[in-house]
Design a protein around this ligand. Structure first.
Ligand code: BDR
Ligand code: CA
Length: 306
């Protein structure tokens, strides 16, 4: 099984991605590090621990990472998209287990040394990974998959910029300057992989405390998207899609390769641009099949504690 470290800002689609990865036989989550984004880094860790507890998982370390971004202080997340608590206001009980004592960068360093075949899956701003890249011992991961960016597609924060990159463009610039094997999963593909009200009925029918929590938080996310982004009641599966790319389970994934850069100047801040050519970086352009189908099928096939 492929070892995966997830760096995330546990909001609703991050929660779906974590649940998917717990149910995906192709991978094993070996650690989680959190960063501010949808909510603050400490809350993202508390959310992750609560979700893991519902799944009966008590052996995956969860470390808290950067509260503030490189270019600015964290100033509140996206409560209109993910709720005040990041997970749709479902009032999950705090987990009995506390977060790992190590700061996120230390846990990343430890796991990178321990797993030469480590896949890192970044589902939030790239603040922790930029800090790791600048440590003297930073090693290249086998593979880095980033949910982020927008190329031909418009942004979801500004006309150009996607949220994870826009929150901390300076950090993204540091990460994209590394010669790491990096795959971006941008809005160009995540906006067309959605979950609708019928899919939610199917999720709601899965037994177990974790699927129940997911089904409880999703209406908030669907409500944000409905009418504003999509004509009907559906939401984009940004982070689960990136998790599936990291797990290598999607059929017919097409990619382009080239150097990705991030615009830092006002007006275009957080915009991702690419120059085609040979590079260690690529971005997903399309795939066959349906992410929601993979997600529901995996969640249905695992037995979850009640
Ligand atoms: C990305 O930003 C966050 O709000 C989501 O969890 C996802 O990672 C989408 O732009
Ligand atoms: Ca996220």
């Amino acid at each position: 099984r492929r070892p995966i470290l997830v760096d995330c800002d546990t909001g609703i689609d991050d929660a779906l991605a974590l649940a998917y990865l717990l149910a995906e036989p192709a991978v094993e989550i070996v650690g989680v590090t959190t960063v501010s984004g949808n909510t603050d880094a400490a809350r993202a860790a508390a959310n992750t621990l609560s979700l893991f507890e519902l799944a009966g998982v008590d052996d995956i370390p969860v470390a808290v990472g950067a509260h503030d971004f490189r270019g600015r202080a964290y100033a509140g997340g996206a409560p209109h998209v993910h709720g005040d608590d990041g997970i749709g206001g479902i009032a999950l009980a705090a987990a009995a287990r506390v977060h790992d004592a190590r700061p996120a960068v230390e846990l990343i360093d430890h796991l990178a040394a321990r797993h030469p075949d480590l896949t890192v899956l970044a589902l939030g701003p790239l603040t922790n990974l930029a800090a790791y890249a600048e440590t003297p011992a930073a090693a290249a991961f086998e593979r880095l998959v980033v949910m982020g960016g927008a190329f031909a597609h418009s942004g979801n924060v500004t006309a150009w910029a996607e949220a994870n990159i826009h929150n901390d463009p300076e950090a993204a610039a540091v990460v994209f300057a590394q010669e790491w094997d990096t795959t971006l999963v941008p809005l160009d593909v995540t906006m067309s992989q959605t979950m609708d009200a019928t899919d939610l009925v199917r999720l709601d029918a899965i037994a177990g405390a974790l699927p129940r929590a997911l089904a409880a938080m999703l209406p908030f996310y669907l409500d944000f998207y409905a009418g504003r982004v999509f004509a009907d009641r559906r939401c984009a599966l940004h982070d689960p899609l990136a998790a599936m790319v990291a797990a290598g389970v999607l059929r017919g994934v097409s990619v382009s390769s080239g150097q990705v850069e991030v615009r830092l100047e006002r007006g275009e801040r957080g915009r991702t641009v690419s120059s085609r050519g040979s590079s260690t970086q690529r971005w997903v352009r399309g795939m066959e099949g349906s992410a929601v189908e993979v997600l529901l099928e995996r969640l249905e096939s695992r037995e979850w504690p009640d």
